[in-house]
Design a protein. Structure first.
Length: 544
């Protein structure tokens, strides 16, 4: 009995540590993933929640980092952090921990900076000044101030008037409506006329038609100028916390709020409004303000086009290698090359896409079909189509490998049964092999989308830009404009984090955009996973 137990322990014991080791590795991996997501959520979501504005009273003799601020610093508390500073001790200079408070003070046009750092020990008290406004502007970001008056053609109304807020609400709403009209005129109507004029100039069109279009252009431009002048008619006068009086045209106000007078539900409603604006508006102020809708749309369209390009090509290549090609040295070499392609740096694919797709293919298309537009390139420059093809080329090894494995997993008996019933090889592949392989093919597509949607380096060479004036899909014929440049969430994150003129102010937006990119990839992948599971259930009995 003891010999049997010893033998059992001898055979069972060696596997136990590896089981626990793999379990520990899985736990550590999940912990890292959820920890990263937690950091992104914790730093990204607070950007939408309206904080209270505080006034920090500084101790006597403390230097104020805010120009003209006197003994107070007014703003939103962003964070408290500990830094190591040298102090003089009994034994000489030593390093000690010191808590530093970061304030978002806004008013960049007045102070020259948007953040101020104050030692926590230098703050005597914190209060919430009543009646302070938080104003989101088209330029120079957020402004904090106390209202003084609203000046308009109908007269001036003081801030202490009971009708002041209602008048201001109406003025801001009217300015927002005019801003929409200006955008529609300049971007859609004038843009359409400019496109037609350009076509007529290139093709030596009818001068009378060009004159009529020019007349329409002049009328629209004049109307846009009138609306812009109306935007300056109403003036919002406010006083900054440092006592500087500022005059702001109401047309420059995007929105305003009184954060210190808002309850929880009002804050929650404003938070939802901020999230919606972030998702639906265009960026402003070097991408540090406004929304990111063009980047969301561009990422989605590019990923969709990439998937439509990579799946057919990858499936055809895998079917040929598995079912038609004669197995030998050449096919083995091709498989090795395909596997090695998966390890090539993405920037190399970007250089290849620039040279082959943009300059060679796009240049040939321009010379053949758009020669009248040269030297201005149409397809011979970066665009969403070339970016999609470049990423499709980069991710095609994943689809080929996944498809080959799925095809190889189809039972041999099913294929032989189809052939014995008189079906041709192609009919067998079409009716038996491909339906049974669809879950595996979709697995490859999911992996390809996950990698392609987050790539940035190759896109910087083949079509992505900091700000795209027009979406690649719109209501103008031919509706899908494959030659247009586009915005991408990954490049947007890079631009905010490393190219922003105010990187400190852009940090929350970086985390918020990162969270949105992750959610977009998850939604795309979940959609493909649900389709895969339905297909797997449909063909489970027939394939296995």
């Amino acid at each position: 009995m003891s010999a049997d137990n010893a033998l059992t322990r001898t055979h069972a014991a060696p596997g136990e540590p590896f089981v626990w080791l793999t379990a520990m590795g899985l736990a550590v991996g999940l912990l890292m993933v959820f920890g990263l997501l937690g950091i992104i959520v914790a730093n990204g979501l607070p950007v939408f929640w309206p904080d209270r504005v505080v006034e920090a009273q500084l101790a006597p003799g403390v230097a104020n980092p805010v120009p003209g601020g006197g003994s107070t610093v007014v703003g939103e508390v962003v964070q408290k952090r500990i830094k190591r500073v040298p102090i003089l001790g009994p034994g000489g200079e030593v390093l000690a921990d010191q808590t530093e408070v970061q304030f978002f003070i806004g008013n960049r046009d007045v102070y020259g900076a948007t953040f101020a750092f104050v030692n926590n020990s230098d703050i005597k008290s914190l209060t919430e000044p009543p009646g302070i406004f938080r104003i989101e502007r088209l330029e120079y970001g957020i402004a904090f101030g106390f209202p003084v008056a609203l000046e308009s053609a109908a007269g001036s109304i003081a801030a202490d008037s009971p009708d002041f807020l209602s008048r201001l609400d109406k003025a801001v709403a009217a300015a927002t409506a005019r801003r929409g009209q200006i955008r529609h005129i300049e971007k859609i109507e004038i843009g359409r006329i400019n496109a037609r004029l350009n076509d007529l100039r290139v093709r030596d069109g009818d001068p009378a038609a060009m004159a009529a279009l020019q007349a329409d252009y002049d009328k629209l431009a004049a109307r846009a100028r009138e609306l812009r002048e109306e935007q300056k008619a109403d003036i919002f006068v406010y006083r900054t916390p440092t006592g500087v009086e500022r005059r702001l045209p109401v047309g420059e106000i995007v929105s305003y709020s009184l954060p210190n007078q808002m309850g929880f539900f009002a804050r929650a409603a404003l938070c939802a409004h901020n999230v919606w604006n972030f998702l639906s508006e265009e960026p402003r102020e070097a991408n540090t303000e406004g929304g990111i809708f063009p980047a969301i749309f561009g990422t989605f369209v590019m990923t969709l086009l990439m998937s439509l390009a990579v799946v057919p090509f990858g499936v055809v290549a895998a079917i040929y290698l598995r079912e038609y090609a004669k197995q030998g040295f050449f096919v083995r070499s091709v498989r090795i090359a395909v596997n090695n392609l998966a390890g090539v740096p993405s920037i190399v694919f970007g250089v290849f896409g620039l040279g082959f797709f943009v300059y060679f293919v796009g240049g040939s298309i321009d010379r053949g079909l758009f020669s009248e537009y040269l030297p201005t390139p149409t397809f011979g420059t970066g665009g969403i189509f070339w970016a999609s093809l470049t990423l499709a080329l980069m991710t095609v090894p994943v689809v080929i490998v996944a498809t080959e494995e799925a095809v190889a997993a189809v039972p041999r008996g099913m294929k032989e049964g189809s052939l014995s019933c008189g079906a041709s090889k192609w009919q067998t592949i079409q009716r038996i092999v491909l339906p049974a392989s669809l879950p595996g093919i979709l697995t490859g597509m999911i992996l390809a989308m996950a990698r392609g949607a987050g790539e940035v380096a190759p896109l910087m060479l083949v079509g992505v830009v900091k700000l795209a004036p027009s979406l690649p899909v719109d209501g103008e014929f031919p509706f899908i404009h494959l030659e247009r440049k586009f915005m991408h969430l990954g490049f947007y994150i890079y631009d905010l984090g490393f190219q922003s003129p105010d990187s400190e102010a852009a940090k929350p937006m970086v985390f918020a955009t990162t969270l949105l990119l992750i959610l977009l990839v998850v939604v795309l992948n979940l959609t493909a996973i649900l389709i895969r599971e339905k297909l797997r259930k449909k063909y489970a009995l027939g394939a296995f």
